[in-house]
Design a protein around this ligand. Structure first.
Ligand SMILES: [Zn+2]
Length: 299
């Protein structure tokens, strides 16, 4: 009798475990669909009075999901501080990192006076901190130790950014604006930015990128340029970019690049907001999206 009950129990367990194996992928897909619907609702609510686009990429899938104004996807905008990643990358390849003290202003070798976006200065910064706080003076001083042509070669090493029509003027090379992503000629679309970010993230696994990895982590921590993301309970990699618009001081566009989980990222997100006044707006939107990710933790 006991033997029969035991056999029945084993059989029942087998049936239950089989059905749960069948059920899980469906539950997972439902959850992904719900997440996608909620994400669309969230972005359209947040972008009701603002022009912008959010690109979402699950590296386990082929397609990119686009939320917000789809027309912006293929329009070109200055990358601003996002392009400092190329400068940082060349610096680690050439082993030219600086130990720099930012007072908020300084002079380049040609005596030209330059200012950091933070007038109070960032104090002592090394490469990872310069990425975290996006210190302009660090990157301008770093650029003086780098070769523009090597920087351009590095840019061309990204399939998404390789553009033979992108000719830099001599002026851009001289005033080092390329190192800050502010050269007039340099313009990326949100889609190109996503593909660049994907390629950049894949290179981060190499040991020489350790300091850049640390910098990207600190962007999303307290004191970083996207510190709103510190309120999310999982760690992400991020880089901000703020670009002066053509319509005056308050007309600033903002980029925010996000990748997570921080080790071997699977999800990538690009937020581009037009005339967002400040990068905090993009960070706040990213924070809300990441809180949504947490809610659907089956991701
Ligand atoms: Zn600075």
């Amino acid at each position: 009798m006991l033997k029969t009950i035991f056999l029945h129990l084993v059989l029942l367990c087998l049936i239950l475990s089989c059905s749960s194996v069948e059920k899980n992928p469906r539950a997972h897909n439902d959850s992904l669909n719900l997440f996608s619907q909620e994400l669309r609702k969230l972005v359209s609510r947040k972008l009701r009075k603002r022009d912008g686009v959010v690109l979402w990429k699950d590296l386990k899938k082929e397609n990119i999901e686009v939320f917000g104004n789809q027309d912006l996807l293929h329009q070109r905008f200055s990358p601003g501080s996002v392009a400092k990643l190329l400068t940082a990358e060349l610096a680690v390849h050439k082993n030219k990192q600086l130990d720099y003290y930012c007072t908020g202003q300084g002079r380049l070798q040609n005596r030209r006076k330059v200012f950091c976006w933070n007038y109070h200065g960032h104090k002592r910064v090394q490469l990872h901190q310069a990425i975290a706080v996006s210190c302009n003076l660090y990157f301008l001083n770093l650029a003086e130790k780098l070769e523009f042509l090597e920087w351009k070669q590095n840019l061309d090493s990204y399939t998404a950014l390789k553009n033979p029509s992108l000719q830099f003027s001599l002026q851009s090379q001289k005033d080092l604006k390329w190192a800050l992503g502010e050269a007039e000629e340099m313009k990326w679309t949100p889609q190109e930015t996503l593909y660049f970010w994907q390629e950049f993230i894949s290179r981060l696994q190499q040991p020489e990128y350790e300091e850049i990895f640390l910098g990207l982590k600190q962007v999303a921590e307290k004191g970083g340029t996207a510190e709103a993301l510190a309120e999310v309970s999982f760690e992400v990699l991020a880089k901000t970019g703020t670009i002066q618009g053509t319509q005056g001081l308050h007309e600033k566009n903002a980029w925010l690049l996000v990748a997570f989980p921080e080790k071997e990222p699977r999800f990538l997100m690009i937020i581009f907001l037009k005339r967002s006044r400040a990068y905090q707006q993009a960070s706040d939107l990213a924070k809300e999206i990441l809180l949504l990710v947490k809610k659907y933790e089956t991701l």
